[in-house]
Write a new protein. Structure first.
Length: 296
């Protein structure tokens, strides 16, 4: 793994927002920022009439403009650029697998092209083995100078969506490290449901079972967090463990979040790799940038 933050750039508003977010993240991590543009006309009817030489010239000019803009805004930032004629998904996966972090722009539900949730981003998310952050223009907030300098922003927080039945250390490690780096609080959310075998015919036993499920979930959450609260004693942690719907609750929590962190299990589906229903819903509806962290 190389110590860089890599961002996919296609010239859209979404990818430019991703570049800004990635630049700030690279500064906080004290690593270089790599701008990557991949263009491949093979098999795409929209690009059959585009001369490859013209496409490369356009891509390199776009990278140059973005690089100069970043150097003006962040003189201390080490910026690298790369143009590739390979398939965008293949190139982004290869670049992301060797970087500390891959950042992509996303249009969520409304997009039609580019690195958006629903096309390139979903394909990358399903295959990559390193964390990916999706950023939309409306959910990118430029930090204040004192925040980049390490000052605490008491109004911001990192939110982790955690399944306590299968807690992933990779997800917790990413979320705690982010909160520590930002100097902000951490909110860990677990939403649980009463087992589906329970029905109205259970009568008075249902409240008792609900209480037991809630206690077990809270105990499991505390156990999962214990090693990480010991490792990051200066990160304030809020635990939320309640009956609900994970995707809906995380989308609501994203309203006040600086970053939303969710996991993706490394397992193939019947028709290839997939990202899971909750993660899929979150990346479409989150109002904050979303970090998707693969784990076994």
């Amino acid at each position: 793994m190389s110590h860089t933050v890599t961002v996919g750039l296609d010239g859209s508003r979404e990818s430019l927002a991703a570049v800004d977010w990635a630049a700030e993240e690279a500064l906080r991590r004290a690593v270089p920022l790599r701008l990557l543009h991949a263009w491949c006309g093979d098999g795409d009817p929209r690009t059959l009439l585009v001369d490859p030489v013209v496409a490369r010239g356009w891509g390199e000019r776009m990278l140059g403009v973005a690089e100069r803009r970043l150097r003006r805004r962040h003189p201390a930032l080490d910026v690298e650029t790369e143009w590739s004629s390979n398939d965008a998904v293949e190139e982004l996966c290869a670049a992301g697998d060797t970087a500390e972090l891959l950042v992509l722009g996303s249009r969520g539900l409304s997009g039609l092209a580019g690195f958006l949730a629903g096309s390139v981003s979903l394909a990358v998310l399903a295959r990559i083995r390193r964390p990916v952050v999706l950023v939309r223009p409306h959910n990118h907030r430029a930090p204040k100078a004192d925040e980049l300098a390490g000052a605490v922003d008491p109004e911001a927080e990192v939110v982790i969506g955690l399944d306590v039945s299968r807690p992933a250390d990779e997800v917790l490690a990413f979320g705690f490290a982010a909160a520590d780096r930002y100097g902000c609080g951490l909110r860990v959310l677990h939403a649980w449901a009463v087992p589906t075998i329970c029905g109205p015919d259970m009568g008075g036993a249902l409240p008792l079972l609900t209480t037991e499920v809630a206690q077990d979930a809270r105990r499991a959450l505390d156990e999962a967090l214990a090693p990480w609260t010991d490792k990051y004693p200066d990160v304030p942690v809020v635990r939320e463990c309640h009956q609900g719907r994970p995707a809906q609750d995380l989308a609501e929590a994203s309203r006040d979040a600086r970053l939303l962190v969710v996991g993706r299990r490394n397992r193939p589906g019947r028709i290839g790799p997939h990202i899971g229903a909750v993660t899929h819903a979150v990346i479409h509806h989150s109002l904050a940038p979303v970090a998707v962290v693969p784990h076994d």
